[in-house]
Design a binder for this molecule. Sequence first.
Ligand code: AMP
Ligand code: ZN
Length: 697
Amino acid sequence: MPEIPASIAAASERAAVLRREIRRHARLYHALDSPEISDAAYDSLMRELEAIEAAHPSLVTVDSPTQRIGEPASRLFAPATHARRMYSLDNAMDLDELDAWLKRIEGALGEEPCAFVCELKIDGGSIALTYRDGVLVRAATRGDGTTGEDVTANIRAVRDVPALLSEDARGVEIEVRGEVYLPRTSFDRLNAEQEAIGAPAFANPRNAAAGSLRQKDASVTASRELATFVYALADPQALSLDTQSEALAWLRSAGFHVNPDVVTCVSPSDVHAYCEEALARRGQLPYEIDGVVVKVDSLAIQERLGHTSKAPRWAIAYKFPPEEKTTILREIRLQVGRTGAVTPLAEFDPVTVAGSTIARATLHNAEEIARKDVRVGDTIIVRKAGDVIPEVVGPVLGMRLATVAPFEMPLLCPSCAGPLWREEDEVIRRCTNVACPAQRQERLAHWASRSAADIEGLGDEIIARLVDAGLVADVADFYHLRREDLASLDMGRLKQDGSQVVLGETVAERVVANIEASGARPFGKLLFGLGIRHVGATVAEALVDAFGSVDAIAAASVDSLCAVDGIGPKIASSVRAFFDNPDNRAVIARLHEAGVVLSGQRTAPQRPQTLAGLTFVLTGSLERRTREEAGEMLMALGAKVSGSVSKKTSFVVAGEAAGSKLGKARELGIPVLDEAALERIVETGEVPVAPEPAVTS
Ligand code: AMP
Ligand code: ZN
């Protein structure tokens, strides 16, 4: 969550901005059924406001969105006043908050045993249904909890709502509560239809359900395939029931559709297990859920615990970890990679997203920043793409302050102040200065990395210190390091007694031994470690196969390089250029001198050619690896990688800011994969299942 301002003035200003924006989104959501941001992002704004109000109680206003349930009813329907108030539910945002709630209940009850009923939290709209002598007489939405909208005519169009209850249930007047929802398949169909008639698509099944129910013309509602789950009686004691589980059984026998996924638990660990299992099964259910509702089973205990102004104390909604949060963008920092590529990195106040804390995410390039229009100082929405890679979704525009200025991509390298270049048809800017310190650091670290020379103990920090001390400038220098140089290496910190922290004998000895051993790593890995542009691990193996030694590669013409399978003119000329550079030749000579073995045979076993016969096109920028690396990895599995989309393309892999190729793919109906799917292919070698053609909204 963004840091809570310590000063009252700053907190008050932020709270006001939050309230205004939350109100706007609440209106878009409730009154217009057309949200602009996800529920998770909305919740995140609400949480921040709650935290500010908790830290500065004097700032709470009576009309603050934190003090209200839902939205007042619109004027489209007659108002329907609830005989008993319809409450909201308190939320537990993670299992710790759930535990705290369970403990609170335990504490309030002392020795008395307490069972809990766990139910799925159906993501739809709440509804109250009144039956008189077993006949449905009224249906109302929750509205603000006191007064909702009369949607009786519409509810009659929902097939699984009984118009008449079973005989045993007809005695008294009863009111039941439940959730109206739209099954996933109906949602997909509805959106396809919306698209076909040029109407805007619904953002999610919940809004589609609310929108479908609140139709002036009930025949439209009838066409929408809504369904219900009923989960409560407004006054169960009137029927002399003792527990929530009995109430559910009663509702079922009365003829209501009651969700079967209900479990009664006696221990907190069973409650946990249910929550975790529900989270895992979430995607397989034919309808959407956004959490689990845990309720005290005994109605007598429920009554004793009572309600707050907003919600019952005897129930809690455990919300699944949101995939999106809001935070504040503090800085856009430029990173210089090994090949000089300069990428902007968003640094924001740390937030927990889908279970882990993130504080930075790549913004890929200047075009991407402009397209998303994110600016330093903005409140931004962040998420984890494919649940692993942090991503900036965009700014919450309504909260932008007037002082916030658009980001301007610097023209000079942040490391060496050399000019940045932009190649044609590339969005990335590069520093071309071979002596650029940032690139040097990255090149050295690349050589030492696992997939190259694999020198254990030679991490980023030691490398940086070695460079600072003037001991290492290129990869050959590693092999000329002496143990005493390393042992006395200044680590840039002071001990408590004021003396310098140095690397020390023991570590130095180990690192020197590891460096020495690395000279005998497989040739393909060392060749990859040289960091020749466009030569990834797979191309390196191909070169090893074809030439057998670095000297043979250095002597090869562009034509003979091009003759190698998997090597095109772009790679060939890059290899040529590398060995034509006298500095690079000197490094190779000194590696030879140090006894590093730059010859040998392919060692990496060939992977099974599971993708043989398939053609991939990569577009947009990827987070985990460059497009070229990704291409190589696909080629290593036997795939062909092409630069343009045609009918022959089997799959298009689309990263961030994918452009016309993605459009072409959609046009031709070619399946589009995201980066997560690509990672799965690379890992397993399995042919991807073609996803459903994307529905553009
Ligand atoms: P909230 O909308 O976040 O205040 O959450 C409360 C809402 O969750 C209730 O008004 C119900 O509409 C909904 N809900 C969904 N499933 C259940 C359930 N099994 N028990 C109680 N409420 C539920
Ligand atoms: Zn530079």
